[in-house]
Design a binder for this molecule. Structure first.
Ligand code: PBG
Length: 326
């Protein structure tokens, strides 16, 4: 009797790497990764970002060199953020024909045509107050900001962007962007909507990287409350109804349950943004020798995939691409 106990032995399928890989449920591949890049108009040399070791602000002149390295690693797409020389109340440089991102896109399309270019569409890097829309009486105006965001998206696409990613969290932006693009003959350009974007402390290092910290107040009047998940599904429905082609959850690691719910709730491709603070925490611990960076990063990204994300935007993309090769 005791000889046959237990019948069920889950360790049978864990005996060696060959058998483990045969029954593995989740895979992380380089073609699921998107790499964010910061382009600084004024810079002559790449500028280090103190809170994000290994990440740079790139001068326009060097952006294609870095993009070539990314493409050669097999990473299919980059997500662009611009740091303009001049900021004003209405973020004029965000939709200027020769703005930093518009120029970067033209260079990238000429030199690294196979790399997909996704652009972040949001005013906060371009406004002198650092908020994601225009301000009157101390509040970000929803409807007034929409037209500027649509102009920004159009200027990116006219310069050659492949996909636009609105991250401002104004109501109605996906519909307004879709309409603007369609009206100008760009009905084939997908919208990757930051549908479920929380007001998160994990964006801290990004605000140093992009110089986009709000000069007063915070973003809680437009980004979501970290406590809410039913509301996330309402945001999702709204963006789908307005014509989003892909939906995003951001940040990723504290919101794996939200990624799972979004995955179960819709059939669109789901993107997760492994944000700056999530990157910096791992880097800091690794630099102290407290964790095994490669192992931790692979485990974290696998957990984001397991939660239901099809794609991951991550500052670790070049490292992961190299690790997956070896
Ligand atoms: C722009 C934007 C932000 C991030 C992506 N797009 C900052 C914010 O909303 O405050 C954060 C990305 C990161 O932390 O890596 N609105």
């Amino acid at each position: 009797m005791m000889n046959n106990f237990p019948h069920v032995r889950l360790r049978r399928l864990r005996q060696n790497e060959t058998i483990r890989s045969l029954v593995r449920e989740t895979h992380l591949r380089v073609d699921q990764l998107i790499y964010p890049m910061f382009i600084a108009e004024g810079a002559q040399e790449p500028q280090k970002i103190a809170s994000m070791p290994g990440i740079m602000q790139w001068p326009l002149e060097q952006v294609t060199r870095e993009a070539r390295r990314i493409a050669d690693l097999g990473i299919p797409a980059i997500l662009l953020f611009g740091i303009p020389n001049e900021k004003d109340a209405v973020g004029s440089q965000a939709y200027a024909e020769h703005g930093v991102i518009q120029e970067a896109i033209r260079r990238l399309k000429a030199e690294v045509p196979e790399l997909l270019i996704i652009t972040d569409v949001c005013l906060c890097e371009y406004t002198d107050h650092g908020h994601c829309g225009v301000i009157h009486n101390g509040t970000v105006q929803n409807d007034e900001s929409l037209n500027l965001l649509a102009q920004m998206a159009l200027s990116h696409v006219e310069a050659g962007a492949d996909i636009v990613a609105p991250s401002d969290m104004m109501d109605g932006r996906v519909g307004v962007l879709r309409h603007m693009l369609d009206e100008h003959g760009f009905n084939q350009t997908p919208i990757m909507a930051y549908s479920v974007k929380y007001a998160s402390g994990f964006y801290g290092p990004f605000r140093e990287a992009a110089g986009s910290a709000p000069q007063f107040g915070d973003r809680r009047a437009y980004q979501m409350d970290p406590a809410n998940v039913r509301e996330a599904l309402r945001e999702l429905e709204q963006d789908i109804n307005e014509g989003a082609d892909m939906v995003m959850v951001k940040p990723a690691l504290s919101y794996l349950d939200v990624i799972r719910q979004v995955r179960d709730h819709c059939d669109l491709p789901v993107v997760a943004y492994n944000v700056s603070g999530e990157y910096s925490m791992v880097k800091a611990a690794a630099q102290n020798g407290w964790i095994d960076e490669q192992r931790i990063v692979m485990e974290l990204l696998t957990s984001i995939r397991r939660a239901g994300a099809d794609m991951i935007i991550t500052y670790f993309a070049p490292d992961v691409a190299q690790w997956l090769r070896s």
